[in-house]
Design a binder for this molecule. Sequence first.
Ligand SMILES: Cc1ncc(COP(=O)(O)O)c(C=O)c1O
Length: 398
Amino acid sequence: MLERLERLPTDPILGLMGLYRADTDPRKVDLGVGVYRNDLGETPILGAVRRAEQVVLSRQATKSYVAPAGNAGFNQAMAKLVLGDGHPALVADRVRSIQAPGGCGALRLGAEVFRAAQPDTVVHVSTPTWANHIPLLSGCGLKLERYPYYDAASGGVKFDEMLGTLDRLPARSVVLLHASCHNPTGADLSEAQWRELLGVFKRRSLAPFIDIAYQGLGSGVAEDAYGIRLFCAELPEVAVAMSCSKNFGLYRERTGCLHIISESPTAGDAVLSHLVRIARSIYSMPPDHGAAIVNEILTDATFREEWSEELGAMRKRIAGLRAEAVKQLAKACPQRDFGFIARQQGMFSFLGVTTPQVHALREQHHVYMTDDSRMNVAGLRADNIEYFAKAVAQVLRT
Ligand SMILES: Cc1ncc(COP(=O)(O)O)c(C=O)c1O
């Protein structure tokens, strides 16, 4: 029966990774894959993770199942991380959490529970959004629509258009928002814009589904969660999908969680019972290892301090690379303004060149990014940033 299936095209990012690997030029620059890199081009294991992992392993006495909702300590620590200690939703016992296989697992669980509550739910995503949001959210049968977001002319957010579109949606529409470090654009909402957006969510009774995959890599742990903390304090219902892939560097350990903030503890218990059933029907139990490490880090003062410092160093490095890229690009192509790169935050920005120019960067200069010119700024290094800027200048001249 399976012989009926036709071969699918290669995933563009995986295809790009293959091309990069096969390129033998020592000057090659990988701005394609969305992982953090240090100045040696490596994606290292954080010191806090290494040390906490030793503690976890030395203490572990069994490999028996944990639970469909995962590690309770991890879930609680993650809720506090995103909401901040003493958040009114925590105090009122309105938060229910389920560990998930990465942020992707959390997004899918969220989509499934919205579908369970309302099968004809429409999820509205930003234009553009992270490519994987589409299959993750629509894969369970939800309909997707788009709202305006990125303004390529300014490198910022088309906020008035976004607001105008959301202000016309029917009640109980789900709106997917990026908490910070928007992927793929790097363009984020200001605190004032989050407050204005809140007014629309209240007025139209919209359901926010907020994805936070880069907490601490933009402006800071609390700053990057500003919108989440505001919405969870002010709205009856919010879904929050968290990932530990980037900020803890736990990519392959598949560590994340979904929080549902409900109107009351009883409503929260009902939602959680559905989430547990959904998890049982997809993968049964989440993997334990990454969550055990994160729990150890977040609940031990020494590990937590070390992690905060390492996270701060990653954040500073990205901001530094953004500033340096703007400087080098201004030198190499003074006719064009790339200042938006330093106004954006997180790992990604659109360089804003055409697909043929992206191909020229790859073929003539060994600089790799996706066809839409999304670049992972963390893939730049002190020793290749000037080379990168000169390569951009050359393709812009052709
Ligand atoms: C916007 C966004 N959300 C969620 C994720 C989830 O990542 P993971 O499933 O690896 O934790 C990512 C990872 O790239 C992302 O960019």
